[in-house]
Ligand binder design. Structure first.
Ligand code: FAD
Length: 457
């Protein structure tokens, strides 16, 4: 007997329920990845993520080869490609992980229909992409939680399944052809400091994090210059690490660091269960509708300055330049740059979310869109009118200014926390800053505009 395993956002061999199920009864398996042009057509194929994906596929193939198998890569509509491979290999079943986005849900429905029409079965596995499956915990009166704290209480009480070992051997039937694996070398427009993908890399990072990072997480996670978070987000996005394994192992790391870290990982499940229940929330306001955003044309120069890291607010500019350079940004920096765009500049959150998705190596439909909504006050924040002041944020989370000096070379000569308010420097010192811009907006004006717009509903 032959099974096909369709890999999607689960590019790993460790703790992989679909692969484990497909191999049971000593079956042969076709490990398949489909490069679906639908993903690119939806604007989701950003170069940084394609590069990380290419690393992941190569590493997955290498891992399979060590076990006697190989990865089969095909291009085209995912449903047609899976059916074709199933027919070529005479497979009677296909295994895959459950997904949450509108795209993933539609893919699953279409695939089930097409396979069943040919007499084959589709098995969809939970707890592969998230630790707790969407819908596994719900409040009494709804199909999902709209507020994190009660969600987290129930989430914490769930018993997670045991972690599965990686398979020792994978037998792939002969004669199933594969395209060449994609390679990052063939891509252009990549962020120069982009991280390397792949399961081996993810596991290495996880081990190092559990050994020497997580213990300090509760105290240091908001320290911008300290860069003391796990940077596991792209590995969770592409599934090179299992969220179930991550939670089990982080819980084993005693102390407040482990607890705080697990709570943060639960935020990821939280956003996934919102999107699974309301797939439209990727683009439409989730809870409170706002339609008085400044038009893209009026705000054009401000949007460009924000994207390029030239707003005149050093911590915002540092963060936006980190995003351009690494395809990644610290969570605190994401919060304050998103608040600056959506609330201080009063620009539609979708414009900011799009820019993040164009660059973020961990760019994710659930986590990006719903975090943007949270910040913009249209989503799940229970205090939707809070506005983060970038100067206060900078003083609190980059007190010495080291983060700003790392990313904004024009300001490297300014010592200490004074770097956060260059407009307050004596005139000769300011003149020495060269091309560094003046603030594009007065914070008090921005706040007044925000309050006016929101009070009109
Ligand atoms: P750590 O602090 O080490 O946290 C561990 C893991 O927990 C992360 O890898 C992530 O999977 C999860 N996590 C932490 N915070 C959040 C959160 N607020 N929401 C959901 N999951 C979380 N995260 C993404 O993975 N993809 C995105 O596209 C994304 N876009 C964001 C956009 C905005 C405007 C904001 C405010 C946050 C966004 N986040 C996104 C959440 C968070 O900023 C990143 O997950 C985090 O910065 C990744 O770094 P890390 O792995 O070092 O995190």
């Amino acid at each position: 007997y032959v099974s096909v395993v369709l890999f999607t956002a689960d590019l790993r061999l460790y703790d992989h329920p679909p692969l484990r199920a497909a191999l049971s009864g000593r079956r042969q398996v076709v490990p398949l990845f489909v490069r679906d042009p639908g993903v690119a057509a939806a604007g989701f194929a950003a170069p940084n993520r394609l590069a990380f994906l290419a690393d992941c596929l190569r590493d997955l193939d290498a891992g399979l080869r060590e076990r006697g198998g190989r990865l089969v890569v095909r291009s085209g509509d995912v449903v047609e490609a899976v059916c074709k491979v199933a027919a070529e290999s005479d497979a009677d079943e296909v295994h895959m992980a459950a997904g949450v986005s509108a795209y993933a849900q539609a893919r699953e429905r279409r695939l089930r229909r097409a396979l069943e029409a040919e007499g084959r079965r589709l098995h969809v596995h939970d707890s592969v992409v998230t630790a707790v499956p969407p819908g596994a915990v719900t409040p009494a009166s709804s199909d999902h939680f709209a507020v994190f704290t009660p969600y987290f209480r129930q989430w914490s009480g769930q018993r997670l399944r045991d972690v599965l070992a990686a398979p020792r051997s994978v037998r792939v039937p002969a004669g199933v052809g594969s395209e060449e694996l994609p390679s990052r070398a063939a891509l252009s427009g990549l962020s120069p400091g982009l991280a390397e993908g792949g399961e081996a890399m993810g596991r290495k990072r996880l081990t190092a994090w559990l050994r020497s990072g997580v213990a300090g997480y509760a105290d240091r996670h908001d320290d911008l210059a300290g860069d003391a978070t796990s940077r596991l987000s792209p590995h969770l996005h592409f599934g090179t690490l299992s969220p179930v394994e991550l939670v089990h192992r982080a819980r084993g790391a005693a102390g407040p660091g482990g607890e705080a870290f697990v709570r943060q990982v639960a935020w990821r499940d939280f956003h996934h269960q919102v999107l699974a229940a309301r797939p439209g929330a990727a683009t439409t306001d989730y809870r409170t509708k706002h339609d008085r955003w400044r038009s893209e044309r009026t705000a054009r120069d401000d949007i460009r300055a924000w994207r390029e890291g030239r707003t005149g607010y050093p911590v915002v500019d540092a963060a936006m330049r980190q995003l351009l350079h690494e395809g990644w940004m610290h969570n605190r920096a994401r919060l304050l740059t998103a608040s600056f765009l959506a609330k201080t500049l009063y620009v539609d959150w979708r414009i900011g979310a799009r820019h993040f998705l164009d660059l973020l190596v961990d760019g994710d439909m659930a986590d990006n869109q719903l975090n943007w909504q949270w910040v913009a006050g249209t989503g799940t924040d229970t205090r939707p009118n809070r506005v983060l002041n970038p100067v206060t944020q900078a003083r609190r989370h980059d007190p010495d200014g080291a983060y700003v000096r790392r990313w904004v070379p024009e300001l490297r000569g300014v010592a200490g926390g004074a770097v956060h308010e260059p407009w307050k420097l004596p005139a000769p010192d300011r003149a020495a800053l060269g091309a560094y811009p003046d603030p594009i907006v007065d914070l008090a004006d921005g706040l007044a505009r925000f309050r006016r717009a929101r009070s009109r509903g």
